[in-house]
Ligand binder design. Structure first.
Ligand SMILES: Nc1ncnc2c1ncn2[C@@H]1O[C@H](COP(=O)(O)OP(=O)(O)OP(=O)(O)O)[C@@H](O)[C@H]1O
Ligand SMILES: [Mg+2]
Length: 484
């Protein structure tokens, strides 16, 4: 595209130059003919004045070059012809009645004495001794301009006429040649300019395109894209600075991720203590338990807690890798609420918080049940931690045609605005001694992975409601960042 525009511009400049040239030619051609005529006039006037008129008069009636003075005069005229670069010969004419005849010819000696026509413009020269220049006239040999000057003897009488001519075509041909040369130079100049401009723009544009591609790739998370090498000054410097910046960002990201891993490892160890205690307690009691039903319950608890630990480890792994793998299944929305109410019961009991089952729907929905249970658990736990004893936390769900929703409502103090701004960022914790600040980050990343969203409404002193809205059918798989 860029090349086409440059090419078009060069073409337009050339056409413009051509038009200017043609106009110039038509204006100049008349001017040049005039200039040529003036020059011819100066030549004949000067040459005629320098000729010895008496010597010339002696040649009247002479029929060949052996006449006295012929050689001398004709050599002189030949010198004038050569000195002025005249392509056609100079000659002198004598008037004989209604005709003239050649006296001296600088080129064709054999025509000496032969008759020649008397052009009307010659008469004032013979009659009154005037100097005359013709306009452009044509004959069988071409287009001409001529100048005539009188040759006078020592008494001032006109004894002959000196004529010099220009072939007009020659003048115009010269002009054309100059025009074509000019056009050729214009064309060569423009072509060279075009090639240079193209080379220069490629030299500038290519590294710029590579740099732009690398910046776009970095914005999309690909930091491996090669940066332009050997780019000219500013672009090269920009590319180098961008490379340094990209490395710094990569290092910072790595450090950030390592810090997250460290913090998550801490929280994981903390969270794993609960299931480990359940497993070891049940495992200790199991050998002494004789009641088969109790034994089965203990074994089930051990297996469940083992699964929970596995799921927690998996979560940490996925979070650090920045993606979620979802295991979709179909289940009744209310079953999720019931499961989480049961899980949260001991937490609520410890804080004397009333746990309630809000409106629920039995309709089938689909999603990763384990992860969504964790979502509801995190929201419920936050609510229990926020409200004082004696207050209520309500978990519920609703199902519509396309979407369904999990809701956690509490009667707590509400979320302060300074916390609300960065609520879903990892490690955004406020007012808790043991909080990691990962709970809501996980909630958001799970909701995002399902193609859903998290929202909350809060009012200082009267409580907060979190709702997670999800599509009823599995969303098209799209790995999303875990948090932040
Ligand atoms: N229902 C709520 N009412 C009031 N504040 C809340 C509520 N839910 C969350 N918050 C505030 O949001 C902060 C972030 O919650 P988040 O679950 O991400 O981390 P955390 O609860 O502090 O730590 P963790 O979940 O790892 O124990 C909490 O520290 C708390 O200050
Ligand atoms: Mg929390």
């Amino acid at each position: 595209m860029r090349r086409r525009i440059v090419g078009l511009a060069v073409g337009l400049v050339f056409v413009f130059a051509l038009i200017i040239d043609l106009l110039h030619f038509y204006r100049e051609s008349g001017h040049v003919v005039r200039l040529s005529t003036d020059r011819l006039r100066a030549i004949v006037v000067t040459a005629a004045a320098a000729i010895d008129g008496d010597a010339h008069a002696e040649l009247n009636g002479c029929l060949d070059r052996r006449c006295p003075n012929y050689e001398k005069l004709s050599r002189y005229l030949k010198t004038v012809q050569d000195a002025n670069g005249l392509a056609t010969e100079i000659y002198t004419l004598q008037k004989v009645g209604i005709r003239t005849r050649f006296i001296i010819r600088t080129n064709q000696d054999w025509e000496i004495g032969l008759p020649y026509k008397l052009r009307p413009e010659m008469e004032p020269v013979f009659d009154r001794g005037e100097v005359v220049t013709t306009g452009v006239y044509g004959d069988m040999f071409g287009q001409w301009v001529s100048a005539y000057a009188p040759i006078r003897d020592s008494l001032g009488r006109v004894v002959a006429l000196l004529e010099a001519d220009y072939r007009v075509q020659q003048v115009l041909d010269q002009l054309w040649r100059e025009l074509l040369e000019f056009l050729l130079f214009t064309w060569v100049g423009l072509t060279v300019t075009f090639l240079l401009a193209r080379r220069l723009s490629t030299r500038l544009a290519q590294p710029l395109q590579e740099l732009t591609a690398a910046v776009d790739a970095a914005a999309a998370g690909d930091n491996e894209r090669e940066l332009p090498k050997d780019a000219p000054d500013e672009i090269g410097r920009l590319a180098r600075h961008f490379g340094v910046m990209r490395e710094a960002i990569q290092r910072a990201r790595m450090n950030e991720r390592l810090a997250v891993v460290g913090q998550m490892a801490g929280s994981l160890v903390h969270d794993l203590r609960g299931p480990i205690q359940v497993i070891s307690g049940n495992a200790e009691l199991l050998p002494g338990e004789e009641e088969p039903q109790e034994r089965a319950k203990m074994a089930t608890r051990i297996v469940e807690q083992g699964r929970r630990m596995e799921a927690m480890c998996q979560d940490v792994l996925e979070f650090t890798r920045g993606r979620h793998t979802l295991a979709f299944s179909s289940f009744a929305a209310s079953s999720l609420v019931d499961d989480v109410l049961a899980d949260l019961a001991p937490v609520a009991a410890r804080r004397a918080v009333r746990l309630a089952r809000g409106p629920t729907s039995e309709q089938q929905v689909s999603g990763d049940a384990d992860k969504l249970r964790r979502v509801l658990y995190n929201l419920g736990k936050n609510a229990i931690e926020a409200v004082g004893s004696g207050k209520t936390v309500e978990l519920g769900c609703s199902v519509e045609a396309e979407r369904w929703k999990l809701t956690v409502r509490d009667e707590g103090p509400g979320i302060p605005p300074e916390v609300a701004e960065r609520l879903f960022q990892p490690f955004a914790t406020h007012g808790k001694s043991g909080g990691t600040g990962l709970g809501l980050a996980i909630v958001k990343s799970v909701a995002d992975a399902h193609g859903g969203s998290v929202r909350f409404e809060t009012a200082a002193g009267s409580g907060t409601t979190f709702s997670v809205e999800l599509p009823r059918a599995p969303a098209a798989p799209s790995p999303k960042p875990a948090a932040g």
